[in-house]
Write a protein that binds this ligand. Structure first.
Ligand code: NI
Length: 182
C-alpha cells in the first residue's frame, strides 16, 4: 500500500482518545494495517499505532516477522517480539513491579527518554480477522505494548518521564550508536 507520514508531537490527533474498531476483516481495516506495516518497516519502528498516521482507531502493530531475522537497528539489544496486530487492546499489569528503560517514538524523532513501565503484563484484544489474542508477556515485549497502547489514549512517552533530565537527543545520549533514523 503506502508509507504514510508519521504525525509528530504537537499534532492534536496524537492527543485524542481513539475509537474502538467495530467491524473486523473489512477492506478498510486491512488497508489501514498494510499502511501501518509499510510505515513501521520503512522507519524501523518497534511498533506503530493508527493515530500516528492520522487514523483515530484502537489499532496497533508491533514486533518483527520471523522471516526478518535482522536486529532492529533502533533497538539493537531488544528481545525478539513476534509480529502482532492488536485491536481494541485491554492491558492488565500482573503486579505492581515497574522498571525504567529507554524509549523512543516515531512521533518524537531524534529523542530518547527513560520511562517506567510495568514489567509483567497480561493483554487481550483481537487481530484484524476478529480472532482473540490473549498473552502474558514481560520485559521489552510488555514495554512496547504499553507504549503503543498509550498512543490510543493520547499519551506520548515524554508525558511519563519522571525526571526530564532523562529526556534528550538520541545522538547526545548515545553518540556511538547509529540511530539517526527515528
Ligand atoms: Ni510511539
Amino acid at each position: 500500500m503506502a508509507v504514510k507520514t508519521v504525525l509528530r508531537m504537537g499534532e492534536p490527533c496524537l492527543l485524542l482518545k481513539a475509537e474502538p474498531v467495530k467491524q473486523f476483516d473489512t477492506t478498510d481495516l486491512h488497508a489501514l494495517i498494510q499502511d501501518m506495516e509499510d510505515t513501521m518497516q520503512h522507519l524501523d519502528g518497534a511498533g506503530i499505532a493508527a493515530p500516528q498516521i492520522g487514523v483515530s482507531l484502537r489499532v496497533i502493530i508491533f514486533g518483527q516477522k520471523e522471516t526478518d531475522q535482522r536486529q532492529n537497528p533502533r533497538y539493537p539489544d531488544a528481545d525478539f517480539v513476534p509480529y502482532t496486530v492488536l485491536i481494541n487492546p485491554v492491558l492488565t499489569p500482573v503486579n505492581a513491579e515497574m522498571e525504567d528503560d529507554w524509549e523512543g517514538c516515531l512521533s518524537v524523532p531524534g529523542m530518547r527518554g527513560i520511562v517506567p513501565r510495568y514489567v509483567r503484563l497480561h493483554y487481550t484484544g483481537f487481530d484484524q480477522y476478529g480472532n482473540k489474542i490473549d498473552r502474558l508477556v514481560n520485559g521489552f515485549h510488555a514495554r512496547v505494548v504499553q507504549h503503543e497502547c498509550d498512543h490510543l489514549d493520547g499519551i506520548l512517552y515524554p508525558m511519563r518521564i519522571k525526571d526530564l533530565r532523562d529526556f534528550g537527543y538520541s545522538d547526545v545520549f548515545f553518540p556511538n550508536q547509529d540511530i539517526q533514523n527515528d
